[in-house]
Design a protein around this ligand. Sequence first.
Ligand code: ADP
Length: 296
Amino acid sequence: MEIKINDLSKVYPNGKKALSDINLRIENGMFGLLGPNGAGKSTLMRILVTLMTPSHGSVSVNGYDLINNRGDIRKMLGYLPQDFRFFTKLKTWEFLDYAASLSGISNKKMRLAKVDEWLEKVGLFDVRERNANKLSGGMKRRLGIAQALIGEPQIIVVDEPTTGLDPEERIRFRNILSELSQKDVIIMLSTHIVGDISSICQNLALLNNGKVGFNGSPEELISTTRGHVWQITTSGMEYETLKENYAVISTIPAEEGWEIQLVGDNLPTIDAIPIEPNLEHAYVYFMEYLTNHSNY
Ligand code: ADP
């Protein structure tokens, strides 16, 4: 599978430019779209799942054009929007059965077997008779995941996947996606939570203000931050000054003041110890860098 996004822009009717000249090539595996709220992630995803048309540019999926071959592309898609809701009084299993038939599984026996399989996978088998709109928030989210995946789509688009999931559910969800990503599929997930991306995405794009600030592997992003992350033990007063000039990532109380980790362009003090960056450091560094460079 391959998605090519060429010079894509989106201007909303009110004049808001939500995406500017996006160019990305996405291949099999897990692809993370990372950026703060308002960066344009949902807009890009809604375009990719054919719910919205771009103002400029094109997208092709395995050679199919997003606008001219909408029907073909829709057959390959599974989508879990950010605000997935149930406007129905169907039971949990009925809802999934409905989603399965929409995805084209017409044989009833096969469909019911699939429904049971997915109810098990997302841990909803025991509540299968409950009305879908009576499920808890986390359960609804899991049902949303199951409805997006039951038709075995080749392109899976998930907007802010872990919203409303507790830690155990996050792990379960991550494992389901990791398993799927071994196949000939593209899984694209958007998030503002670095932890959603770090362990599972082979590639990512950083989106800020509707523009791609970085596109590559998590390791490549981390390596751009090497030499820009430090740990310092500092007193209260110095802490305030540092906070004004650097992005503070973590603050832990120490015997005399604070032990802090920060990112920035220049060595903060000679007492600072350089440390190995992780994806969170890299994300913060990149965002600071992008926001502080006016030509971006
Ligand atoms: P994200 O998913 O990264 O939080 P969005 O794609 O939802 O970002 O939004 C990108 C920008 O476009 C934001 O500034 C948002 O306020 C704006 N926006 C989103 N939807 C609309 C809309 N329907 N009309 C006008 N502006 C919108």
